[in-house]
Design a protein around this ligand. Structure first.
Ligand SMILES: Cc1cc2nc3c(=O)[nH]c(=O)nc-3n(C[C@H](O)[C@H](O)[C@H](O)COP(=O)(O)OP(=O)(O)OC[C@H]3O[C@@H](n4cnc5c(N)ncnc54)[C@H](O)[C@@H]3O)c2cc1C
Length: 389
């Protein structure tokens, strides 16, 4: 029995529950949101009430304390059902930084409210317009001023900033030239956004090719209480990095779910659509891209399970988590391409949902980490090739 199969059995009940919930949010719901570029408020509410959004929060704080593979099963099932779980994965992994590095007081203050849905922690402010992937060169600063920090600068692609109560913000507290290494001197803050809006925090939405509620965020002498510093000052980069493996696994699980959705759609249509007096799926030219995408998806699924297994055992899973993200993003994109091609002209019609999912799954080649940066990680850290940047 493959790892992926045993994982499926382990979480069969959760998968059934998520599938039933998602059945109330069909293609028409997601199409309407996509058209209006609207946040999935009712869907997030339903997931929160059912406890799925608090999957990784320990039971003592009101969550269900599931291991990472359980959260991955939730994410995969949402995507496989045709939904868009972006808000969910964000809350799951952003919360992880608070859980691992927050003080007891911070955890007691925020985690139970996040678990109950009273507070949303779905905004993650790392990327900046000028520094891009080179996080250590980010320019947003946080300067200590009595019992506050004064934050100045700008973030871009801060998704769900308008719909989140809390943001995890990475800012420079020691100038790069004075820091011991280029990744030292960065710190993480919990920003209470409702409080901050209009008092040094401005949010401007960015309309993108798919519905992602993403924004640019401006800080102009925003006062953040010193007690909202997460962990130690200057160690923020490490805190963000420590959450990356979990994030990669969750995103990879989403891609596997997307790939399954595209493959199911393509197979059903290929059996049904008759051209030249026979189903198009009888032609190997139609079969093979779908079969290849299926094989890619299964390989990715095994790597996701392996990365999650290592993560849960407390072992280093950097290589596997990155490979899972790479393989799964490639599999979902191959499946998307095969699905559009199989549907011919109908693949472009909104009511089939394929063009929407096609746009949505394209993101994973770029965000939250681009394919090139994963290849570069593997080349340098796994294969020992010379460092390129
Ligand atoms: C819809 C959306 C939502 C997002 N949500 C968030 C969010 O909530 N929070 C957040 O902080 N960020 C978010 N991001 C940002 C995302 O993480 C970045 O877009 C991504 O990391 C790439 O950074 P960049 O866009 O600055 O590209 P750049 O760093 O400018 O890179 C551009 C291209 O060049 C390539 N490249 C760069 N350097 C190298 C190199 N040395 N070798 C080879 N190739 C290289 C990259 O792979 C990429 O393809 C989001 C982005 C999008 C589009």
């Amino acid at each position: 029995m493959s790892l992926a199969r045993s994982d499926r059995d382990r979480y069969a009940e959760i998968r059934d529950g998520v599938r039933q919930l998602c059945a109330n949010f069909g293609g028409d719901y997601w199409r309407r949101l996509d058209r209006d570029r609207a946040y999935p408020t009712e869907f997030v509410k339903a997931l929160t009430q059912a406890g799925y959004l608090a999957a990784l929060i320990p039971e003592e704080y009101g969550g269900s304390g599931l291991p990472l593979s359980g959260a991955a099963a939730i994410m995969e099932t949402i995507q496989h059902a045709g939904g868009n779980g972006a808000a969910c994965h964000a809350q799951m992994y952003v919360m992880g930084a608070l859980l691992r590095h927050g003080s007891d007081a911070q955890k007691a203050k925020y985690l139970p409210k996040i678990a109950s849905g009273a507070l949303r922690l779905q905004a993650f402010g790392v990327t900046e317009p000028t520094s891009g992937t080179d996080t250590s060169s980010l320019k947003t600063t946080a300067r200590r001023d009595g019992d506050h920090y004064l934050v100045n600068g700008q973030k871009i692609w801060t998704s769900r900033a308008e719909h989140s109560d809390l943001m995890l913000l990475l800012a420079r507290t020691t100038p790069k030239e004075k820091a011991a290494t280029r990744t030292d001197g960065l710190s993480v803050f919990i920003v209470e956004m409702r409080e901050a809006l209009g008092k040094g925090l401005t949010i401007r939405p960015i309309r993108t090719m798919m519905n992602h509620s993403t924004t640019e965020v401006f800080f102009d002498d925003l006062r953040v209480p010193a007690e909202n510093l997460l962990g130690e000052e200057g160690k923020g980069f490490r805190y963000i990095l420590s959450g990356m493996n979990a994030e990669r696994v969750l995103i990879a699980a989403e891609c596997v779910g997307d790939a399954k959705w595209f493959i199911d759609k393509a197979v059903a249509y290929a059996k049904d659509r008759v051209v030249f007096d026979r189903p198009i799926g009888q032609n190997q030219g139609v079969q093979f891209p779908i079969a290849r995408a299926y094989a890619q998806m299964r390989a990715a699924e095994l790597m996701v399970a392996e990365a999650a297994r290592l993560f849960e055992a407390g072992a280093d899973c950097g290589a596997e988590a990155n490979m899972a993200k790479l393989l799964a993003a490639d599999a979902s994109w191959a499946a998307a391409e095969a699905c559009v091609q199989t549907h011919g002209g109908f693949g472009f019609a909104e009511e089939y949902d394929i063009e929407r999912k096609f746009r949505e799954t394209r993101l994973y080649q770029v965000a939250p980490i681009s394919t090139n940066l994963i290849l570069s990680y593997l080349a340098e850290h796994v294969l020992g090739l010379p460092r390129s940047f």
